[in-house]
Write a protein of this length. Structure first.
Lengths: 109, 109
DNA sequence: ACTATGTTGTAGATAATCTAGGTATGGGTA
DNA sequence: TACCCATACCTAGATTATCTACAACATAGT
């Protein structure tokens, strides 16, 4: 497939923050996890992923640290910060608000 | 208000097509209607609305015709075409697919 | 004459995502 | 050894949707 969007614009930050909520992960694993939990519907391209991670780190919502990955290589593990947790709540609320509003229109008789 | 997005990027076409489904309307009315049905959550700016309408017309999904509006002025009424109805179905399915996938992530324990 | 509302429109900025590359390491296999 | 594949990071440039901020005009009401 390919044509039908891999992501909904504006939701990637939310997806990443949410994925990091339980535990720190490196970028590659974040993308795999989003893909897996979404039943392969959401595909996070690397050209979207890494800029997003840098954006989020710059905002102070996540913090990266080089560590050894499960496979024995160096990988950058990102952890949610306190500000990141607040941001996650805000973005979650905003998503719920907007998607509900859209559904009011879309699922009209 | 203002900062939190007025729209989710990529959904405006869907909203417009859906709004035109029951009957032809002019742009101004489309925007008002989306705003109203969404409980004032979705705000369609004019700078988003008119380019979107022209886009949709160029794609052949809607067709515009100048007519007299309820207030007695000239307004461009847009009607859904057959192709537009098909497009509406496709975009609706895609939205449902993607938003469901996002919700799998967002509403995880 | 002025103002508020309806109605259409455009130009330019902003920003997120995608395409398409590149680099490097380690494991497995021929 | 050589080779390939999966993992893991990265960036540059293109694309595209939306937003900000205008301009223009009509009608109705004060």
């Amino acid at each position: 497939m390919g044509k039908p969007n891999d992501l909904v614009q504006g939701t990637l930050d939310l997806l990443i923050l949410k994925t990091l909520r339980p535990e720190a992960m490196h970028g590659w694993a974040i993308a795999k996890r989003i893909q897996q939990i979404s039943g392969e519907v959401l595909q996070v391209q690397q050209g979207s992923l890494y800029p997003a991670l840098h954006r989020l780190e710059q905002q102070g919502w996540i913090r990266g640290k080089w560590q050894e990955s499960e496979t024995g290589r160096q990988a950058k593990f990102y952890a949610l910060t306190a500000a990141g947790r607040k941001q996650l709540e805000a973005e979650t609320a905003n998503w719920n608000r907007l998607s509900a509003a859209i559904n009011l229109i879309v699922s009209e008789a």
